[in-house]
Each structure stands twice: as structure tokens, then as C-alpha cells.
Ligand binder design. Structure first.
Ligand code: KG4
Ligand code: ZN
Length: 350
């Protein structure tokens, strides 16, 4: 099929960002992201409120993107929409809107996997962000370590057995009385402290682990969250939590980054490829980028999106839709949102 015959509209509504972008070939013509502040009030995403907010603003977000691009809806050649994974009510708003509009205009639809979107995000800004690479996808819902020899072929090396990396940041932020989403305030607090004042256990990380072991590439962040909570409660009982909060945030971040970087470097070693791509909201972390760059050293290459492209956005969905359109992966009239949509092209080799 090849290249899309005109602008691709990418729609993202899987969680708490409503976003639309127009992509024509390599040119991003417009990109609008509306974050739902309502979830800050409740210290986390409330699924029902997320769905209602998407419904209220999606028309306006698309209209703003079209205006920015100087296009009308009928100029859109291909519609791409996040079909999963994510919050089912939130996903349904984007999928239903797209089905109605695309079929009225008789245009093709591509149902996009949200995490494949995060995989493509860096390529919107960096022409070198193409396979082969080791990919570390770290978001609020997923932690995936992949080997990517080419677009569309993904070997799953490891994933989390419980909480996702971003989820751990959000839960620890709540324990420490910081705002949602937790990543940015924890990173800011951590930057004010040096070293590792409260060394926490590094979950799933042991020097005795060998390639081929079950846990060699696996992640787990739930126990770390509990260790941080216990430490915070102990400090609170002594009245020292306010003074030590930033130090706890620092050590928590250190523990997460240590695990992420060490496992990514194990994959670099095994695959003999010193290129690491990061994606997902946690990839917005400067601390993560710096730690990976350090570990990769002179001969390595870190491929990363800007913070705006790292968190949820429509541009990465448009980019992925263009790729999938080129493969002929079009959705039929039965396209539906799926909270547990399987990652296309993903093979488990261990
Ligand atoms: O990809 P994303 O926008 O949404 C999901 O697909 O889940 O990721 C959101 C996650 C949140 O958990 C948020 O705390 C985390 O990304 N995050 C960060 C940073 N910025 C956002 N985590 C660590 N450091 C950051 N600077
Ligand atoms: Zn995401």
C-alpha cells in the first residue's frame, strides 16, 4: 500500500490526555494536547471522569488541530485512533468518534496500539530513531523491554510483574504528599538532594542473575513502593518526614532508574547493539535520560522523545497509523476499543 495519500489524523483518548495531530509524510502539521486537570483534584485518574471529559472536548481538540494545519476534516486521508490498551470508557470515545467521522467521509481507519505509539514517538523528532534498537517503554500502565530489529517486529525481553514504572512514581508521590502525576514532582524533589540517602532494595535486580533466568529482564515495583511507604511512615512518626521528603524521593528515583538502566544495558550487551530507545511518560525524565546516556558511554546512542512527545499525545498515534497504513493494516467496521489490546508484532521468546 505504501505511503498515506495525504494527511493522517491521529487521535489519542486512552487515559487523561485528549489529543489530535495531523501528520503529512514526515511533517507534523498540527498537534494539540489537552490534559485533564480534573484528576489532580483526586490524586489519580478517575476513569468515568476521563471518559466524560474526552467526550466534552474531543470535537474542539480536533477543530483546533485542523485550524492549526489550515485543513478541513475532508482533507484528512487516513484516520488513526488509539484502540487500546487503556481505560475502556476513555478509549471508546476516541474510537466511536473516529468510526463515525471516517465512515461518513469514506476514509480508511487504522486502530493503533498505544504502546506501539510510544515506540514511534522519538522518530517524529529524531530521524535516527529507527531500528535496530533496544526499547524501554515506561508509562503509567506498562513497563516493557523490547528488542526491535525492525519496525513491526518486537521481541519481548521483559515486562513488569506488578506495578508499572510510572505507576510507582504516582503512588510514591501520593505517599509523599506530592501532586499527580507523580513523576515530575519526584524528579524536581530528587534534583535538590545528592547521593542515595535512603538506599531502597533494587527489585528483581541481583548480580547472580544470568541470561536465560526468568527474572533477568523482569521488573517489579510494588515492593519498592511498600518499602518507601514504610520508610515514610517511620519518618512521619518521628516528625521528620517534611525535612526528609526530598531525600526519600531521591532514593526512590535512584532505585527505579538503577533497575531500568541495568536491565536495558543487559539487553544492549546480549544483542550487541549499543542503541537504546525510550518512550512513554517516564521517558520525560531527564534523570532517566542522563543515567542511560552515562551507561551507554561514548560509543552508544540514546534515542528519546522530547518531554511533550514522551507523554500521551496524538502525534505518535498519527505516526504509527501511517506505518500501519503502509502495511495495509486497516480496521474494519468491527473496530472496537479493547482495554487489553495485544501488542501487534510482539513475540515472547522466553
Ligand atoms: O505515557 P503516559 O503519559 O501515560 C500512560 O500511557 O500511562 O505516562 C504517564 C506516566 C505517569 O505515571 C507519570 O508519573 C510518568 O509518566 N512521568 C514521569 C515523569 N513525567 C511523567 N515519571 C518519572 N519522571 C518524570 N519526569
Ligand atoms: Zn501512554
Amino acid at each position: 500500500m505504501g505511503r498515506a495519500p495525504g494527511p493522517v489524523l491521529g487521535i489519542e483518548t486512552s487515559c487523561d490526555e485528549t489529543s489530535a495531530a495531523l501528520l503529512d509524510g514526515d511533517r507534523l502539521l498540527a498537534h494539540v494536547i489537552l490534559s485533564q486537570d480534573v484528576h489532580r483534584v483526586y490524586d489519580g485518574v478517575v476513569p468515568e471522569l476521563a471518559a466524560r471529559a474526552h467526550l466534552r472536548v474531543l470535537d474542539d481538540v480536533v477543530a483546533a488541530a485542523l485550524e492549526e494545519a489550515g485543513l478541513r476534516l475532508r482533507d484528512v486521508a487516513v484516520f488513526g485512533v488509539t484502540a487500546g490498551p487503556g481505560l475502556i470508557g476513555a478509549l471508546l470515545v476516541g474510537v466511536t468518534w473516529t468510526k463515525a467521522v471516517a465512515w461518513a467521509l469514506e476514509r480508511p481507519i487504522v486502530g493503533v496500539h498505544h504502546m506501539e505509539g510510544h515506540l514511534f514517538a522519538a522518530s517524529l523528532e529524531d530521524p535516527d530513531a529507527v531500528p535496530p534498537f533496544v526499547a524501554l517503554l515506561v508509562s503509567g500502565g506498562h513497563t516493557l523491554l523490547l528488542w526491535v530489529p525492525e519496525w513491526g517486529r518486537y521481541e519481548l525481553l521483559g515486562e513488569t510483574r506488578d506495578d508499572a514504572a510510572g505507576e510507582a512514581f504516582d503512588k510514591v508521590a501520593r505517599v509523599l504528599g506530592m501532586s499527580y502525576p507523580g513523576g515530575p514532582p519526584i524528579e524536581r524533589a530528587a534534583a535538590t538532594v545528592a547521593g542515595d540517602p535512603y538506599p531502597f532494595p533494587r527489585p528483581m535486580l541481583a548480580s547472580s542473575q544470568q541470561p536465560g533466568d526468568d527474572d533477568y529482564y523482569a521488573f517489579s515495583f510494588s515492593g519498592l513502593k511498600t518499602a518507601v511507604r514504610n520508610r515514610a511512615e517511620a519518618l512521619d512518626a518521628e516528625g521528620r518526614l517534611p525535612a526528609e521528603r526530598d531525600a526519600v524521593a531521591r532514593s526512590f528515583q535512584r532505585a527505579v532508574l538503577d533497575v531500568l538502566v541495568t536491565k536495558a544495558m543487559r539487553a544492549v550487551e546480549e544483542k550487541g547493539c549499543p542503541r537504546v530507545l525510550i518512550g512513554g511518560g517516564v521517558a520525560a525524565s531527564r534523570a532517566l535520560r542522563d543515567a542511560l546516556r552515562d551507561a551507554l558511554g561514548e560509543g552508544g546512542r540514546l534515542l528519546h522523545p522530547s518531554p511533550r512527545m514522551a507523554t500521551d499525545n496524538g502525534a505518535m498515534i498519527a505516526r504509527t497509523a501511517a506505518f500501519r497504513f503502509g502495511r495495509g493494516d486497516l480496521a474494519g467496521p468491527d473496530l472496537s476499543a479493547r482495554a487489553d489490546l495485544p501488542f501487534p508484532g510482539l513475540v515472547r521468546t522466553r
